[in-house]
Design a protein around this ligand. Sequence first.
Ligand SMILES: Cc1cc2nc3c(=O)[nH]c(=O)nc-3n(C[C@H](O)[C@H](O)[C@H](O)COP(=O)(O)O)c2cc1C
Length: 186
Amino acid sequence: MNLLIISGSRNPEGQTARAANAIAEGASAGGWGTETVFLPASRIERCRQCDDDGWGLCREGVHCVIEDGFAALVDKVRQADVVVFANPVYFSDLSESLRAFLDRLRRICVHGARIDRIEGKPAVGVCVAGGGGGGAPKCAAHLEQILATCGFDVVDMVPVRRQNLEMKLDVLRAVGRWLASKPTSV
Ligand SMILES: Cc1cc2nc3c(=O)[nH]c(=O)nc-3n(C[C@H](O)[C@H](O)[C@H](O)COP(=O)(O)O)c2cc1C
């Protein structure tokens, strides 16, 4: 069983990474493999809204026309048993890199991939407000909404602020252990 972490942070040692690593630690303790993808270091463009009415060619069953790292990452999502979306809170909202990926994922899910191993897949979100500490719950609500539109089964959503990070690391390890203890369906 494997856990895929998709991170909107570029810092492998930052607060978002510490939060995501805590989930990975819990899952690893249960025997799961884990992999982390850092979106800012990946070549994933934003949606081009590639036809005149804005719906885009993916609506007609054509795959996304942009040739970049998107399709390979979607394949990883399909292969994963659970996907964790780890987001540094920017302006009480998603980071630009996670937003760009999810904007495109939402389109292909709504237009076709619902029948292709994303519908019903368990997902967890963690949103880390690492500055003043505000905005994590609002960001978490937005993340839950877009993941649900993609068709994920959002089984947990954990808002974190700089001031409670140490306490939340224990919670996130427990989330990882819990995920690994429910191999077929959480
Ligand atoms: C553009 C930008 C906007 C930010 N907005 C917020 C915010 O609304 N609330 C907050 O607590 N921190 C905010 N921060 C701080 C980030 O949440 C913090 O840098 C991040 O969680 C930690 O980054 P890392 O995990 O990549 O190390 C912001 C940071 C940036 C760069």
